[in-house]
Ligand binder design. Sequence first.
Ligand code: FES
Length: 329
Amino acid sequence: MAVRRLAEDQPGSFAFTPENVVWAKREIGKFPEGRQASAVLALLWRAQEQHDGWLPEPAIRHVADFLDMPHIRVLEIATFYTMFNLEPVGEYFVQLCGTTPCMLCGANGLKEVCRRVIGPQRQVTEDGKLSWLEVECLGACCNAPMVQINQDYYEDLTPESFEALLHDLRVGRPVKPGPQVDRSCSAPITGPTTLLDEGLYKGRANGRAVAQKPATPKPAAKAVENKPAAKPAARKEQPETPAVALASPDRPKSLDAPNGGIPDDLKKISGIGPKIEVLLHGLGIYHFGQIAEWNDENKAWVDGYLKFKGRIDREDWISQAKTLVKGDA
Ligand code: FES
């Protein structure tokens, strides 16, 4: 393991914000009497989040005092776990996996991009936007090569797509985490090989069963007896999702900021999770009312831009949004 030292330039002091003090006390309360030190990782993590993504030495002492622990013990923990950054990082901190599967799939090309676009490891760009570090396996080997940027994974990268990603982050353009090629999660890159029967997916809309034709009967077992195992069905050619321009008359109206500074909880729409909510915010969409007003062109634009392949329709976001606008559960 590499030697990890504290940054030379340290702030004079650190203290949790009042909100974080409340949070920390609640966190400590989760542990039985005498075991409060068990909250040390959570508190160090929160301190790092509060301090622009890195842990200065005064923060380590602050957490130790908070937990009534010797400073040296908390320093040992902070310097042992590589998830704690001991020196400043960029607004977008790139952790680039250089372990064997990613290396074999092209991580060295991504490193070249980092060196050219960002500079040496651990160095923050002048605009404060980017810094990078090579790390060991991040557990997404089947989508290699990949990087983690802040909390998100970006997978199936090429030097070109990675450079474009860094550029988009730098200029504040919305980006989509996950695979950067046309595959879902960690499904085979050549396309699905199981659960290919479309009948499996018919007859359900928005979680409700609807009338459907009876499923095509399976061939009689006898027909497949003594036959060699069937090869996986060839992947059906999917039409390429057209590139969708950000500036388009079909793009739905966006807001610079949520009305009254408070966005609606878009996750109340079944099908929208935290990541999609962030993407929608990036498009200036903060309120149920905005989604409720989408026309067919708007819907198709968002679907195409996010490469959803009809998901907005399948999950019926617009009806859900209209219901939520009315205040119905
Ligand atoms: S080797 Fe890169 S994620 Fe596992």
